[in-house]
Design a protein around this ligand. Sequence first.
Ligand code: GSH
Length: 211
Amino acid sequence: MSSTPLLYQGTLSSSSWRLRIALALKGIAYESVRIDISRDEQLKPEFSPVLPARQVPCLAIDGQLLYQSVAILEYLEETRPTPRLLPSNPAARAQVRAVVEVINSVIQPLHNTPVRKRLQAQFGLSVEDGNAWSRYWIEHRFDDLERQIQTTRGEYCFGDEVTLADVFLYPQVASTVRFDADMSRFPNLAAICANLRTLPAFRDSHPPELQ
Ligand SMILES: N[C@@H](CCC(=O)N[C@@H](CS)C(=O)NCC(=O)O)C(=O)O
């Protein structure tokens, strides 16, 4: 395995986007392989040795293959702690991880491409109906995030230091344009993302399709 980290990432994949941001923030140089989820390339036999869960992202680093973005980001945080993306205070760390979990486990699975394709195949939904279904869940959960972050935010989700909460929020919000979510309902989330976009690690992380 090469000593340069290798990121297996998906076109338009918000989970992969989190890693691009964190790798840039931590100054880790890497190479990457792009996998087209819309064409189900993650299911190709040639990728099965490197995508254990047949999902992206996966990161080959330090002689091992890691998958699941939360696990990968925690690994990077432990092995390359500068700059810190998790606060040192345990209560603050739990708050950051809670936002991470809402985005990772509650929101993203409900707009994952194969989930929307399954709605079409099993229930005969149109692409537009599938997008509307995802949009409903995104906006429903953004209502909660908007309220929570109102009390913790500064420039970013938690005060004026970038944390993993921002690393997860930014791609989630930026991807949401694909589902026509009404961001005017979420002024705190929108303002935080505008602030994040001034930072090169966030600004330069967009996939070509979502500049
Ligand atoms: N919780 C996982 C989510 C991974 C995930 O859902 N990845 C999507 C792209 S964002 C994917 O690979 N979709 C194809 C599939 O599920 O078959 C992570 O954070 O790594």
